[in-house]
Design a protein around this ligand. Structure first.
Ligand code: F6R
Length: 261
């Protein structure tokens, strides 16, 4: 795992967007894993700007989102399909047929989850998975005690996650209490992971996720086992980390990061 601390939120978001853009330029048919939530909105804003201003090409990209609420149709403004269309897919030249989210309306949820895993395999796996982190330490919606080997499945959301996300719900739709999410095992199989966290409210969980012991109580700690994972934080989200001098030294000195300075 590498940890990169940027001074400001904007710098952290820019770095995450730059990593995605470079991966897409290098491999136009990139299989990109995506996340939703407040943090990602600014990343998608930058990717849209790169498409509009610099012609960043999404035409061959394939995407898989981490999760979707159970019981919300895609046209519900609170559904993650709606979010993705609004923030990214409808604003760049991606072929919507190449964009995948779990179907939260599936009658047979287990079959849907198996199908989702098969679709990922059919694309030869995910090249780059972008992740946020919840206050419970979830990645995707892998709430505490999600098995390290878990696969795509429906998970009950914790009261803390409901409290975190319910304010985002509009139109009187009650927030579902379950979501389909890629498993921790599914995420660990992605060839590269980039986790982005900003703001003081993420500081505790980032410190645990990066420097704490690996535990199923905090799913993000599983990323310590991933061979190619980058955690990008702003100063506030990184404010409770211990080894910050070392992380900063890596970013300044590791040749791979020179192109991002
Ligand atoms: C959503 C997802 C979640 C969020 C996390 C952080 O697709 O995967 O793990 O990334 O809940 O959400 P924000 O960015 O709203 O704090």
């Amino acid at each position: 795992m590498e940890v990169i601390i940027r001074d400001t939120r904007d710098q952290a978001v820019s770095l995450a967007a730059a990593i995605i853009a470079r991966a897409l330029v290098k491999k136009p048919n990139l299989v990109l894993g995506l996340a939703t939530g407040r943090t990602m909105e600014s990343v998608y804003e930058l990717l849209v700007a790169m498409y509009e201003d610099d012609g960043l090409d999404f035409s061959l990209a394939r995407t898989f989102n981490l999760d979707e609420y159970v019981g919300l149709p895609p046209e519900d403004p609170n559904a993650y399909r709606f979010y993705m269309n609004k923030h990214l897919f409808h604003r760049v030249n991606i072929d919507l047929r190449n964009t995948h989210l779990p179907n939260g309306m599936a009658e047979d949820i287990e079959a849907e989850c198996r199908h989702y895993e098969e679709e990922i395999l059919d694309c030869n796996g995910i090249d780059l998975q972008v992740l946020g982190i919840g206050r419970t330490g979830h990645i995707g919606f892998n709430e505490p005690l999600s098995a390290m080997h878990s696969r795509t499945r429906a998970k009950a959301l914790t009261p803390e996650t409901v409290e975190q996300n319910a304010p985002l719900f509009t139109g009187g739709t009650p927030m579902p209490r379950r979501a389909i999410t890629m498993g921790v095992g599914t995420i660990l199989e992605c060839r590269r992971c980039v986790l982005l966290a900003t703001g003081r409210e993420k500081a505790e969980v980032i410190a645990k996720a990066v420097e704490g012991p690996v535990t199923a109580m905090i799913s993000a700690t599983a990323l310590q086992l991933h061979p190619n994972c980058t955690v990008i934080v702003d100063q506030e989200a990184g404010s409770l980390l211990q080894n910050t001098d070392y992380y900063r030294w890596i970013f300044e000195n590791e040749p791979d990061w020179q192109q991002y300075h």
